[in-house]
Design a protein around this ligand. Structure first.
Ligand SMILES: Cc1ncc(COP(=O)(O)O)c(C=O)c1O
Length: 429
């Protein structure tokens, strides 16, 4: 036991079992272990190292900015690099005229979006609208407010600590939404209409929704037509739509935004984080549509929500520009094809060993396994040279499984390796 292992229990971090290896170097989607072997990162770290590790493009951007100036908040130094980032990011996700707030993580992005939504609707209507509606299978961050609002059962605060808040509508997925004789479809969005009407649209600022479910549940994809219907219901009631794309944004699902898989569900705001920093920097970004943003600049508007000392950190912006350099240099046709091949392979694993269900799209899949088999599968996969992030999900008893979400820069050979190692591991368990 070295001096650091000895002190491990004093570091207050995840209580999940850790993979049992030490990393001494990285390259792209691979981690080099002490002892000379390497292991493939099957879940992009915490669903964030989308362009792999040790990127020369990110390094070049960081180095240049480091020697130019390494700190300069927006109130101190002209935010040129942040403006450059804003333009590049907005164009990359097909929302070229959006206004952008930068901050330091996904949670704060959600908090800022909530603050902006309340401000916008109050100025627009001349009356306070406070409520933010979330689903029973949502996760929106780790602050007191976002934990209290969201549905993630594992992280819900005790009733007395939940600020009188909680999820407001069932997520449109079978384990969380009971129907007689049929599965979920677009009409499940009507639950949102009912809830807004019950509270009164005049009290509701926004619906906050993950367009594709992340790790609370494991990559559930909404029924076709669902997100369009949510947008229509909200538009009819003057309620804003906020898409939490912290996990799904920037090509994780095979397109720049997960909402791009369906026409007609463009949200008023989008929150990005994991894929933008790609593990190189802490960042959150809130994109606000040009139709909505002018209310923020109105003379009756409150001051902008505080975004933090580090919100416009130039090294953060430089790293994000490097990540966008990487993402835009990808062969997007090949990326789509590779995502489809990965999806077919994952879906063919349904029923293999302990696998009970498979879902997802692009580079994001959830493989649900028989309860009790998750850790044996994780261990068997690790022995075969690949590791994954676990999820605990929906339903009763709670489902559990693996998130398969390799870095987007993975080659065909890398994806073949992942598929073979995972198939072997599942067959062995
Ligand atoms: C959908 C979603 N929203 C918000 C967050 C919170 O982001 P962060 O951990 O960067 O604060 C996460 C993190 O996993 C997430 O998956």
């Amino acid at each position: 036991m070295d001096q650091y292992t000895h002190h491990r229990e004093r570091l207050l971090t995840s209580s999940r079992p850790m993979p049992d290896f030490e990393v001494v170097g990285t390259q792209g989607p691979w981690l080099h272990r002490a002892g000379g072997t390497r292991i493939f990162d099957g879940s992009s770290g915490l669903l964030c190292t989308n362009v792999g590790q040790s990127s020369p493009k990110v390094y070049d951007r960081l180095k240049k900015q480091f020697f130019r100036y390494s700190f300069g908040g927006a109130a101190v130094v002209q935010p040129h690099i942040q403006t450059e980032l804003m333009d590049r990011l907005c164009r990359a996700v097909g929302r070229p005229d959006d206004f952008v707030a930068l901050t330091t993580c996904g949670t704060l992005g959600v908090e800022i979006a909530i603050g902006l939504a309340r401000n916008i609707t109050r100025v627009r209507d001349g009356k306070q609208r406070g409520d933010i509606l979330t689903s029973t299978l949502s996760y929106h961050g780790m602050s007191a407010l976002t934990l209290a609002l969201a549905g993630n059962h594992a992280r819900r605060p005790r009733h007395e600590n939940a600020l009188d808040l909680g999820p407001a509508y069932p997520a449109p997925y079978a384990p969380t939404h009971a129907h007689e004789g049929r599965g979920c479809d677009a009409s499940c969005a009507d639950e949102i209409a009912k809830e807004i009407d019950r509270r009164g649209a005049e009290n509701t600022a926004a619906v906050l929704i993950e367009p594709v479910n992340g790790t609370t549940g494991g990559a559930f994809v909404p029924p076709d037509g669902y997100l369009q219907r949510v947008s229509k219901i909200c538009r009819e009631r003057n309620v804003l739509v906020i898409h939490d794309e912290v996990l799904t944004g920037l090509w994780r699902t095979g397109k720049p935004l997960a909402s791009h898989h369906w026409d007609g569900c463009k949200p008023d705001m989008v929150i990005l984080s994991k894929g933008l920093g790609a593990g190189y920097t802490a960042v959150g970004a809130v994109l606000v549509s040009p139709e909505t943003a002018p209310w923020i600049c109105h003379e009756d508007a409150d001051p902008l929500p505080a975004m933090g000392t580090m919100a416009t950190h130039p090294l953060m912006a430089a790293a994000c520009l490097g990540v966008l350099d990487e993402l835009e240099a990808l062969d997007h046709a090949a990326l789509r094809a590779r995502g489809e091949r990965l999806g077919q392979a994952m879906k063919s694993l349904n029923g293999v060993g302990p696998v009970q269900a498979v879902r997802g799209l692009g580079f994001l899949y959830g493989l649900e396994v028989t309860p009790g088999k998750l850790w044996p599968v994780m261990e068997a996969a690790e022995q075969r040279g690949v590791f994954f992030y676990p999820f605990t999900g929906a339903g009763e008893p709670r489902s559990e499984g693996l998130v398969v979400a390799p870095p987007l820069i993975s080659t065909d050979e890398d994806i073949n390796f992942l598929i073979t190692a995972l198939t072997d591991a599942l067959e062995a368990v």
